[in-house]
Design a protein around this ligand. Structure first.
Ligand SMILES: Nc1ncnc2c1ncn2[C@@H]1O[C@H](COP(=O)(O)OP(=O)(O)O)[C@@H](O)[C@H]1O
Ligand SMILES: Nc1ccn([C@@H]2O[C@H](COP(=O)(O)OP(=O)(O)O)[C@@H](O)[C@H]2O)c(=O)n1
Length: 231
């Protein structure tokens, strides 16, 4: 089998990257890689070691001893650090509030990006949908399909608050926009780079967003490499 091709999807928090990418991968028979889960798992690992993600030395020490496990099955979002299942823990607000400290360390970005490329190259799928912040620009700038998935800030905050079933939607919105601001200082994922197609889901429901992404794939992906069952 030739190397899987990449469908690269970037975007800000709450734009629908993970849920839409997973649904697209499942529908097309592709693999799915949630790159944010790796940064979240490393932030969890730093906190679990009793350190702070603002401490770059502590982050580098944790990254040097980071037995991270993540699969490509769209229907299996389990994430492990060693033999600890951290799937739920990495989505907790305390980790969301700490993850940007990990993401701003260049050596960490280089380490996890190498791991992402290796995981995709070894994938037993015709393609892998890879979602995050810098996939279209750093991890896979030559991918045949590169999408910036976005939505209005207030829509993204409302979706995240609903997802977390949060009592204080204002606090969720403030945390989300704070993370957007911190993240976009590290990687510009709010502006589509040359060749990246923008899908704005502000006025699209979940199914319509999936269809919009698949339309881009059908237009941009190499015909010969598409998986079975997708025309
Ligand atoms: N177009 C959409 N319309 C309504 N809800 C959506 C849409 N896209 C995603 N969602 C929901 O918004 C929440 C956040 O989506 P998620 O995939 O976690 O975003 P991200 O990974 O970009 O942070 C989830 O509950 C998801 O089901
Ligand atoms: N490719 C990536 C993916 C995530 N990240 C970092 O990891 C954090 C969590 O990513 P995520 O995709 O799980 O976050 P959401 O957009 O799902 O809220 C982001 O806020 C970034 O700080 C990154 O720097 N680069």
């Amino acid at each position: 089998m030739t190397d899987p091709f990449i469908v690269a999807i970037d975007g800000p928090a709450g734009s629908g990257k993970s849920s839409v990418s997973k649904a697209v991968a499942r529908r097309l028979g592709y693999g799915f890689l949630d790159t944010g889960a790796a940064y979240r798992a490393l932030a969890w690992h730093v906190l679990d070691r009793g350190a702070e993600t603002a401490d770059e030395e502590a982050v580098l020490a944790a990254a040097a001893d980071f037995p991270f496990g993540q699969g490509l099955d769209p229907d299996d979002r389990r994430v492990h650090v060693g033999d600890v299942d951290v799937t739920t823990a990495i989505r907790e607000p305390r980790v969301s509030g700490a993850v940007s400290g990990v993401a701003r360390v260049p050596a960490v970005r280089a380490q996890v990006n190498d791991a992402f490329r290796r995981i995709v190259a070894e994938a037993a799928y015709p393609a892998v949908v890879v979602e995050g912040r810098d996939i279209t620009t750093v991890v896979a700038p030559d991918a045949p399909v590169r999408i910036l998935l976005t939505a209005a800030p207030e829509v993204r905050a409302a979706r995240r608050a609903a997802e977390l079933d949060a009592e204080d939607a204002g606090a969720v919105a403030a945390a989300l926009h704070r993370r957007d601001a911190t993240d976009s200082a590290v990687v510009d994922f709010l502006t589509a780079a040359e060749g990246v197609e923008v899908v704005d889901s502000t006025d699209l429901d979940f199914e319509a967003t999936i269809d919009a992404v698949i339309t881009v794939i059908e237009r941009r992906a190499p015909e010969a490499q598409r998986g079975a069952g997708n025309g």
